[in-house]
Design a protein around this ligand. Sequence first.
Ligand code: PD2
Ligand code: ZN
Length: 318
Amino acid sequence: MAQATLDDAITLIDAGRTDEGVNLLREVASKGEPQALFVLADLTWSGTLVGQDPPRGRLLFEYSAALGHPQANIIATNLLGNGIAGRRDWPAALERLGAEARQLPERRAALELLKAMTLDINGDPNGSLEAKLISERPYVRMFEALLTPAECAYLIKVAEPLFEPSMVYDKLGIGVRDTIRTSDGAAFQWLIEDPAIHALNRRVANATGTRFLQGEALQVLRYSPGQEYRPHFDYLEGSDNPRPWTALIYLNEDYEGGETAFVRTDFQVRGRTGDVLVFRNDGPDGKREPLAEHAGRPVTRGVKYLATRWIRERRWIP
Ligand code: PD2
Ligand code: ZN
């Protein structure tokens, strides 16, 4: 009989013969077929058709990478840089990125950004930062020009092909579409969090006095005219791991409207490119701060780009 192939496995899965298909996929992957390893890695990472097991998914990506799979190589570098589901080795991630940068313009752009950052051997920024106090209660501060224009432009560029309608969490914690939030968004989950984005996330952690592992995936948001984020709380009341902090990174300024408004205290903020607004979603009593209710006002002209980092009380990343 001819050797089983990845196509045979996919045909079985598509026909609803999932167990047979997954078994065949494992068989082809175990023979060292890079694409089959990649598909199995992806399913294992996300828990699709097979049990979710990120550390095992990462290992499978690494096998696929070692056998020359280009996309697996990029993922292996990203995970080595952010340390999700396995070890973190920042210098080794940078070395791999350097090799990738010789072939791929997007990796070159990430490397160029990193070269311009002042980071220690672990990819952390040095020292503490000055912030402007905007309000005591709700507690709101602004870090002016924390990101460079080049960093902002990069985030917009890499987000562009990934935009999808933004979601909000319903009462069951499930992401749903809702008229409260009409922007488009792109989330940089761990597989696609490249070392430059990872370093930016570590800088935001440093600015907020939190650890990288408390942060949810960075989301880049795009608001066209008429799009908005109506008044809401980011806190997630009732969650056993709520979000005491939010960091909003303004990525451009050539638009009108789109102010970030704290609706109960009547002040609003218009960040300039690279400014990072940090606010607390809980009050002195450790409960949801009513005064932290806020909105992204409708954009009236141009397109607004902003990145959000919602930060949990404790480690969030698995
Ligand atoms: O885009 C904004 O200005 C905005 C306003 C309020 C974003 C968020 N909240 C958010 O992402 O939580
Ligand atoms: Zn918000």
